[in-house]
Design a protein around this ligand. Structure first.
Ligand SMILES: [Zn+2]
Ligand SMILES: [Zn+2]
Length: 279
């Protein structure tokens, strides 16, 4: 199994000379295994760049696991050329919406991809895009086993554990740590992460930034390392980088995170656009 990152930012796209090494696109990573349809983790603006590498002949088939419907996790979908072809198909899984009058994940996307916000509706796109509302469950996606659990954030948010080809990847893009700055981890998150080969985890803030933005739905890079260590994860990728953090700043956070992990986590890395991890 291999995982490639196409968007590693949180909140908003922020391409700039100072952050081009890690990249400025929002959340999107792709799990690939020989002979298996790809499994996409979130549909942020990085999704469009993956599309540049794929054929546009209608042969595209994939599953997408969406953590939640904040802009930075869904905005790439209508710009993803491979699925905008007759015959192509994408099955999208994600949590239930919380707003009155919107019952399903599909309804939620319809509210976002429609005039006047966007020129056409999802149903008008040439490819076949289907939505599945999921929460706190187990899924079978092709040959992959997928565990879905709640992750604390500002709205209902899923975390996913994907087991495929003998390897396990856990994806927790946005994670509200305890407001008092303590390191308590929920049972659901520990269950998702237990002994995983790779954990892709929110690492948006420094402790100083968290002190000013405690209830914005995120955590510190220290908390990401702590979750990995508590759950016995082999490798953790710091993810959902803050748009204000340039390359030098993220290098510095990574160095601190590695020092903090010590022997408790085998490898700590910072996700960057184009990086592929082979498991
Ligand atoms: Zn986010
Ligand atoms: Zn969010």
């Amino acid at each position: 199994m291999q995982v490639t990152f196409f968007g590693v930012r949180g909140s908003t796209p922020c391409p700039h000379d100072d952050n081009h090494r890690y990249g400025g696109n929002t959340s999107c990573a792709v799990i690939e295994e020989h002979g298996h349809d790809p499994i996409v983790l979130d549909l942020g603006t990085g999704l469009r760049n993956w599309g540049d590498l794929l054929p546009l002949d209608g042969s595209f088939r994939a599953h997408a696991l969406v953590t939640h419907v904040h802009w930075d996790h869904i905005q790439g979908l209508p710009f993803f050329a491979p699925v905008l072809q007759p015959g192509a198909s994408l099955e999208v899984y994600g949590p239930p919406p919380e707003r009155d009058g919107i019952r399903t994940l599909g309804d939620c996307f319809d509210q976002f991809v429609c005039p006047p916000l966007f020129p056409v509706r999802i149903a008008d796109l040439p490819g076949d895009i289907n939505f599945h509302t999921v929460r706190d469950t187990e899924l079978v996606v092709g040959d992959a086993k997928v565990m879905v659990r709640d992750v604390p954030h500002t709205s209902v948010t899923n975390g996913y554990r994907v087991e495929l080809g003998g390897a396990s990847v856990v994806y927790i893009s946005d994670h509200q740590m305890p407001l008092d700055g303590s390191l308590e981890v929920t049972d659901d998150v520990l269950e998702l992460c237990a002994g995983a080969d790779l954990l892709i985890h929110d690492a948006q803030y420094t402790p100083e930034e968290f002190a000013k933005k405690r209830d914005w739905g995120h955590c510190t890079f220290e908390f990401a390392v702590h979750v990995a260590a508590e759950a016995g994860v082999r490798r953790v990728a710091l993810f959902h980088h803050d748009p204000t953090h340039d390359d030098v700043f993220i290098d510095c956070l990574l160095e601190q995170a590695r020092a903090m992990a010590g022997q408790r986590v085998e490898e700590v890395l910072a996700a960057s656009e184009g990086l592929t991890i082979v498991l």
